[in-house]
Design a binder for this molecule. Structure first.
Ligand code: S3P
Length: 181
């Protein structure tokens, strides 16, 4: 089984994913890390030298590759895959996620995201170099564009506002154990 974690930047996809993989014995892949290893460049470098569209193509290619590798019959281990915040925006990626994975949407209020990303948004090209007000507007706009896609892709939604990722992981382990995902 491939379990994908989708959601906005700062919702805890990588942290939750890594811990969930440890608890379940599943493999773990962070899609941004995978692309960085494959291309030998950071996400920021790819955005600045080739632009967002090229990055989305790289995300799509990586997603295809990972899904092929973990297809039933090819690979016995389960996989937890932390997507990037914008992976779902390419319709083909949304189709792949819905057709080949069980997807969990990590949901957070805009207020929580603004406060988390004001502290840790700098390394993300789509949020870099913004004043607090610009950051808030950017997050609001992107969330308005994306929220319905996250919901459409997701089989389950879990809130991560409290930042208590241990509790989130326990909740997800419960769903997996009871085959409720
Ligand atoms: C992006 C989110 C980032 C990364 C890139 C673009 C987005 O991943 O893929 O900076 O469009 O929301 P995280 O959600 O892991 O920060």
């Amino acid at each position: 089984m491939i379990l994908t974690l989708c959601g906005f930047m700062g919702t805890g996809k990588s942290t939750v994913g890594r811990r969930l993989a440890l608890e379940t014995g599943f493999d773990f892949i962070d899609l941004d890390d995978y692309i960085e290893r494959k291309t030998g460049r950071t996400v920021r470098e790819i955005f600045s030298s080739e632009g967002e569209c090229r990055f989305r193509e790289l995300e799509r290619d990586a997603l295809r590759e990972i899904i092929r590798k973990y297809a039933p019959g090819n690979h016995s281990a389960g996989l937890v895959l932390a997507l990037g915040g914008g992976t779902v925006t390419l319709p083909e990626c949304a189709r792949l996620i819905k057709g080949h994975t069980r997807c969990i949407y990590l949901e957070c209020s805009k207020a929580t995201l603004v406060s988390r990303l004001a502290k840790a948004g700098g390394k993300r090209p789509l949020l870099a170099g913004k004043t607090d007000r610009e950051l808030e507007e950017r997050i609001e706009n992107l969330m308005n564009e994306r929220e319905h896609i996250y919901r459409d892709c997701a089989d389950r939604t879990v809130r991560t506002d409290t930042g208590n990722f241990k509790e989130v992981v326990e909740q997800l382990c419960g769903l997996i154990r009871s085959c409720d995902i």
